[in-house]
Design a binder for this molecule. Structure first.
Ligand SMILES: Nc1ncnc2c1ncn2[C@@H]1O[C@H](COP(=O)(O)OP(=O)(O)O)[C@@H](O)[C@H]1O
Ligand SMILES: [Mg+2]
Length: 320
């Protein structure tokens, strides 16, 4: 099956940005059809820029994106009818109530009144919004308003859904309801591009992930692929005192409340666990989480950046 979205050497510089600063830098991605694709990265990594370009809201500087086979540069109309978007910052129409805003959105997308009514009712109950159906959007709390935006998009018939931090500001129950609705949409063979800074969310939902840092692709693949690509795929926590010198040779060690945290390889993890148990200490171990991977990859790239900018400064001083 062809990809739902192909990004080809995509580059973006904003007009007022520092010269030579790329919000996206040679970003090539293949996003498969009918799955949830997670885009993760620090604030300012370029996630929203990617989403806005792919959703034809923002022009690319270099390269292009194909959405359902259509080129964003020349076929934006064809793309727009088949996508729906929850933007990072969004305000639904304030003078309508929750039910009206969802219903109107579906009608405007071309669904017939009966279908729009049915989908509205379904999504209201799916996202526990039924008790708010008659409340004006202008009166809603931020979290319920966000949920209403998600409801509009998830109830639509669009083939590709762009969800830019859809669950920011939602309580844990509401987040999980949105997750369920996202899973339901992907079972309907729709493609979902999800950006989030909740890494548990990215891990729970995404079949593949891209980690972006400073507009560049750092890691891409299934969660298992990502795990296989880091230096230390296992984490071991040890409660109690264990000599640090002994741990250092195994991998990356840090001191935590009441013990030690070690990132290491699988075999070493077992060895350390055995030694800790022989000393009567409590341990827990397992594969690294997406958050561990993120901290490792992004942490290293921050170190490299500060090293290279120190070098830049040094050469500038030398040449001055
Ligand atoms: N309208 C804009 N004008 C200039 N720079 C921008 C604009 N929007 C975003 N940027 C810059 O582009 C980079 C990527 O931003 P963004 O795509 O919003 O990242 P993310 O969504 O991952 O937090 C950042 O360095 C940000 O400061
Ligand atoms: Mg963003």
């Amino acid at each position: 099956m062809p990809s739902a979205i192909s990004s080809v050497h995509l580059g973006k510089t904003y007009p007022k940005a520092r010269p030579g600063k790329f919000a996206l830098d040679d970003l090539s991605l293949e996003i498969p059809t009918g799955r949830v694709y997670g885009l993760i990265g620090r604030n300012g990594a370029g996630k929203t820029t990617f989403v806005r370009i792919a959703a034809t809201q923002l022009a690319a500087t270099l390269g292009t994106v194909y959405v359902l086979g259509h080129d964003i540069r020349t076929e934006e109309r064809a793309i727009r009818t088949r996508i729906a978007c929850v933007p990072q910052e969004s305000r639904p129409l304030y003078f309508l109530n929750v039910e009206e805003v969802i219903y109107l959105y579906l009608k405007l997308r071309g669904l017939d009144p009966q279908d729009s009514r049915r989908r509205t009712n379904d999504v209201l109950s799916e996202l526990s919004l039924t008790s708010y159906r008659r409340v004006l959007v202008s009166r809603l709390s931020g979290g319920i308003r966000r949920r209403t935006m998600c409801a509009m998009v998830l109830a639509s018939d669009a083939d590709v859904l762009f969800l830019d931090e859809p669950t920011t500001g939602l309580d844990p129950i509401a987040r999980r309801e949105v997750w369920q609705a996202i899973r339901r949409a992907s079972r309907e063979n729709r493609t979902i591009v999800l950006t989030t800074h909740y890494l548990d969310e990215a891990e729970a939902l995404s079949s593949r992930l891209a980690l972006i840092e400073s507009g560049r692709l750092k890691l891409e693949g299934t969660p298992e692929d990502l795990r296989a690509r880091v230096r230390y795929p296992y984490r071991v926590t040890i409660q109690g005192s264990f000599p640090r010198e002994e741990l250092d040779s195994y991998g990356k060690v840090s001191e935590i409340e009441g013990g030690m945290l070690l990132f290491t390889r699988e075999q070493e993890a077992h060895e350390v666990a055995r030694r800790a148990l022989e000393r009567g200490l409590r341990i827990s171990m397992g594969p690294v989480s997406l958050e561990d991977i993120f901290l490792d990859v992004v942490g290293r790239s921050i170190e490299e950046d500060s090293e290279s900018s120190e070098k830049d400064e040094a050469t500038e001083e030398a040449s001055a």
